[in-house]
Design a protein around this ligand. Structure first.
Ligand code: PLP
Length: 370
């Protein structure tokens, strides 16, 4: 395995600092500084982050954003117009779904939400559709066959955007499987320390330059301090994800054997509906697992209080294991029927594995089973 540290950070003249500096400047002297001109348009530290992400993704170009949602909204608004067709499966981060079913639909985009899983996406394709999906979905952890879907989308003259936040470039490079755009919330695994909010979009020059132009207009740009911390996070991404993959697989296998919960959902388990796809396209099965406690185990807040090491929070992807209760946290805006469609109920929890000793994590999770 090659780690992200194999990517060399640019040594920036004239002072030759080994770490790329934070260019905390809103503007650059003209005419010499015309390349960067104004901070909303361009910034050298943010540009360095984009260069590094392009290398990780195997992309021609990357542009960075104020948040994952900044990346998603700017991309969709660039590539869609009233009358365009957008296809998205139901299992998505709730705000990605709500920008489509709320704003974009009202604006005149023909939004089609389909059932979860590759076959449902394939059945929903129409000529010229833009397809937006998560490679590993939040929170139901379906794994989409990017190779098959991108082929089918392109045969119909469409475009495929893959939100690869849960997979990270360590486990999956969606562009290698034909996706047009690979997108990340950098606030999660890539940042990796619960200290930044950011997003990125990578792909071919022609697509990314259109999205980048609209980013400048919408002002969804990233600030240089965030870019610096994202670059720092990337230096250990390979190590962290390697450990997170191992911790998650260990926990999934152990908890399944122990039979203390109703269901363990993890793409690395043979019984997972997408295990074969996951084994083919993912280098590791990811550092997130979901599980359902047995009925009658207690209310979600009582169960969370039993944890001694793991914190409950509305996020994932850090060095520390974090638990969330999607029904009342990330997916609280969904109605009961929508939650049922993605398999989320009051007993459903999502666990993002950090780099701790797996024994510490399992001991704590088992507190929820007692
Ligand atoms: N994509 C996925 C899969 C997410 O889980 C999230 C947030 O949780 C986002 C995008 C949005 O990212 P951000 O919070 O950086 O706006």
């Amino acid at each position: 395995m090659s780690y992200e540290t194999d990517i060399k950070e640019t040594v920036d003249p004239p002072r030759y600092s080994l770490t790329f500096p934070i260019y905390q400047s809103s503007a650059f002297k003209l005419p010499e500084g015309n390349r960067y001109r104004y901070g909303r348009e361009n910034n050298p530290t943010v540009e360095e982050l984009g260069r590094i992400i392009s290398l990780m993704e195997g992309a021609e170009s990357t542009t960075c954003f104020s948040s994952g949602m900044g990346a998603i909204s700017t991309s969709l608004l660039t590539l869609l117009k009233p009358g365009s067709k957008l296809v998205m499966p139901l299992d998505l981060f709730a705000r990605s779904r709500s920008i489509a079913t709320g704003f974009l639909r009202e604006w005149g985009v023909k939004v089609k939400t389909c059932g979860t899983g590759t076959e449902n996406v394939l059945k929903s394709l129409e000529d010229g559709s833009l397809v937006f999906l998560e490679a590993i979905s939040n929170p139901s952890l379906r794994v989409y066959d990017i190779e098959r879907i991108s082929k089918a989308v392109h045969e119909k003259g469409g475009t495929l955007i893959v939100d690869s936040t849960f997979a990270t470039p360590v486990n999956l490079k969606p562009l290698d499987y034909g996706a047009d755009i690979s997108l990340h919330s950098l606030s999660k695994f890539i940042g990796g320390h619960n200290d930044i909010i950011g997003g990125s979009v990578s792909g071919r020059d022609d697509l990314i330059s259109r999205i980048d132009a609209f980013r400048r207009t919408l002002g969804t740009n990233m600030d240089p301090n965030t870019a610096f911390l994202a670059i720092r996070g990337i230096k250990t991404l390979g190590l962290r994800i390697d450990k997170g993959n191992k911790n998650a697989l260990f926990l999934a296998q152990k908890l399944s054997e122990m039979n203390v919960f109703d269901e363990i959902i993890y793409p690395g388990l043979p019984e997972h509906p997408d295990h074969r796809i996951a084994s083919r396209i993912l280098k590791g099965f990811g550092a997130v697992l979901s599980f359902r406690v047995k009925k009658g185990s207690g209310s979600y807040d009582e169960l969370l209080k039993k944890l001694k090491h793991i914190e409950a929070a509305n996020t994932l992807g850090s060095v520390n294991t974090v638990i969330s209760h999607p029904m009342t946290m990330s997916h609280r805006s969904l109605g009961k029927d929508e939650l049922r469609e993605i398999g989320v109920d009051e007993n459903f929890f999502r666990l993002s594995l950090g780099i701790e000793n797996p024994e510490t994590i399992i001991e704590d999770v088992l507190n929820m089973a007692n």
